[in-house]
Design a protein around this ligand. Structure first.
Ligand code: SAM
Length: 205
């Protein structure tokens, strides 16, 4: 597909050069599993000075995201069909990302699949390396087991991440939720408890 939004990391240098990718410098935020881009594109419109990278496996979602970004003439969005763990391990330059968003990732509920969860020690090592001091960590899940798992994994990185967990469980509170992503809208409407971890990369800026 011909697109100014989509890129193939394997065709570019390792690690990536964000300035070359966007054709300009600026802070970089990454969203993993951005779907059709509701959150990513909304944030890109609100923060034109920031460069946004979306990673999404599903080709059809990625195509929709690219079409929308092009229609909106967003010069600050790029997206790739790339596995997140590999992307952070191989392509993201050290201390170069100012926010990491992971909203409603696949929870892999079966015990034998827990190793497929993205928030695991090897990924957190790469994430810690990628984030600038003070960078924002923005995680959400509807799965209590994955929430507890994330907290457990992050506890092993207490010297690197400062975090604040929060649960929204009551229907009244859920009804007040803005609905940042398609899944968040769907889950909140269904009255499903939702769990959030916001935080930041520790260290002097
Ligand atoms: C449950 S959906 C949530 C989509 C969106 N964040 C939302 O809240 O509406 C999870 C998405 O993450 C994508 N995904 C899962 N694991 C991924 C990975 N390791 N790298 C990139 N995308 C991934 C899937 O293709 C899917 O579209």
């Amino acid at each position: 597909m011909n697109s100014t939004i989509l890129f193939e990391p394997d065709q570019l240098s390792k690690p990536l050069n964000w300035t070359d990718l966007f054709g300009r410098s600026g802070p970089v935020e990454v969203e993993v599993g951005c779907g059709k881009g509701r959150f990513l594109l909304g944030r890109a419109m609100e923060h034109p000075e920031v460069n946004f990278v979306g990673l999404e496996y599903a080709r059809a979602y990625l195509r929709t995201l690219a079409e929308r970004a092009e229609r909106l003439r967003l010069a600050n969005v790029r997206a790739a069909r790339e596995e997140a763990a590999r992307f952070f391990q191989e392509f993201v330059p050290e201390s170069s990302v100012s926010a990491f968003h992971l909203l409603y990732p696949d929870p892999w509920p079966k015990k034998r699949h827990h190793k497929r969860r993205l928030i695991r020690p090897d990924f957190l090592v790469d994430l810690r390396r990628a984030l600038v001091p003070g960078a924002l960590l923005n995680l959400a899940t509807d799965h209590r087991g994955y929430f507890d798992w994330m907290l457990e994994q992050l506890a092993g990185f207490g010297e690197s991440f400062e975090i604040e967990p929060r649960a929204i469980e009551g229907p009244e509170e859920l009804a007040t939720l803005a609905g940042r992503t398609n899944y968040e809208i769907k889950y909140a409407a269904a009255g499903r408890p939702l769990y959030f971890i916001t935080g930041k990369r520790k260290g002097a800026a």
